[in-house]
Design a protein around this ligand. Structure first.
Ligand code: ADP
Ligand code: MG
Length: 244
């Protein structure tokens, strides 16, 4: 067996008195697509943010490709390149063009030449369907287009794994599918993905596994089919009754 790409072992974290991650164990294989769902406040975002060290942990270990997360400095920039993250709010650089948004990281962190970075960026913008917007600024694009640029920007770093934290929840309904379609395409191409989402369509089309969190714990893990039709825990049943 190849080693898993992302491993969290007995990870704990508090915010003050709040025990927000309680002995989390999670292992994600290369090419696997894992959906994280659960009630608001259950710790989903915090768990994802620990994986690229946007949040520190108090105990336990996290490894990417067998290597523990770095503490600081250059290695941290490298980690953030290896572990791409797409947020609910698109977080593009407002004063840079779409093309510059996508080339900045590869030039700075991956040490690509400007011409190579631009060539690669244009191919990625085409892949997510926004190549015609390359010379515009973020505010000139729709939310769905901006989110697709955010995905392209992460992909430009050639990440080993992509984290998505509710990538469609800030979008108008008619734009949700254009973003999910890009994500389904990524999953089909073999990208390792950890996706916080309640979008059942995406779960059915692309997910290998559903991880259900409640109150800082992973309560249940199952295939999407199993989880959505026959959840085992009372907490998952209760949660699904509210969202379905
Ligand atoms: P989810 O993404 O599942 O909604 P979060 O990981 O965002 O949950 O939050 C889990 C809990 O931790 C919530 O009670 C939230 O209020 C709290 N929390 C999150 N971030 C912080 C922070 N930076 N400081 C203090 N409490 C936080
Ligand atoms: Mg969240």
């Amino acid at each position: 067996m190849a080693q898993p790409l992302v491993v969290l072992q007995d990870v704990n974290k508090h915010f003050g008195d709040l025990h927000v991650l309680k002995s989390i164990d999670l292992s994600v294989d290369k090419g696997e697509v894992v959906i994280v769902i659960g009630p608001s406040g259950s710790g989903k975002s915090t768990m994802c943010r620990t994986i690229n060290r946007l949040e520190t942990i108090e105990s336990g270990t996290i490894t990417i490709d067998g290597k523990p997360l770095p503490e600081e400095g250059k290695d941290l920039a490298q980690l953030r390149a290896d572990v791409g993250m797409v947020f609910q709010s698109f977080n593009l650089f407002a004063h840079k063009t779409i093309l510059d948004n996508v080339t900045l990281g590869p030039i700075k962190v991956r040490k690509k030449s400007k011409s190579q970075a631009e060539k690669d960026a244009m191919a990625l913008l085409e892949r997510v369907g926004v190549q015609e917007q390359a010379h515009k600024y973020p505010a000139q694009l729709s939310g769905g287009q901006q989110q697709r640029v955010a995905i392209a920007r992460s992909l430009a770093m050639e990440p080993k794994v992509m984290l998505f934290d509710e990538p469609t929840s800030a979008l108008d309904p008619e734009m949700i599918n254009e973003v999910l379609d890009v994500m389904v395409g990524l999953a089909k191409d073999g990208m390792t993905m950890i996706v916080i989402t309640h979008e059942m369509g995406f779960a059915r089309k692309a997910a290998n596994r559903v991880v259900f969190m409640d109150d800082g714990q992973i309560v249940e893990q199952a295939t999407p089919q199993e989880f959505f039709t026959n959840p085992r825990s009372a907490r998952a049943k209760d949660f699904l009754a509210k969202i379905l």
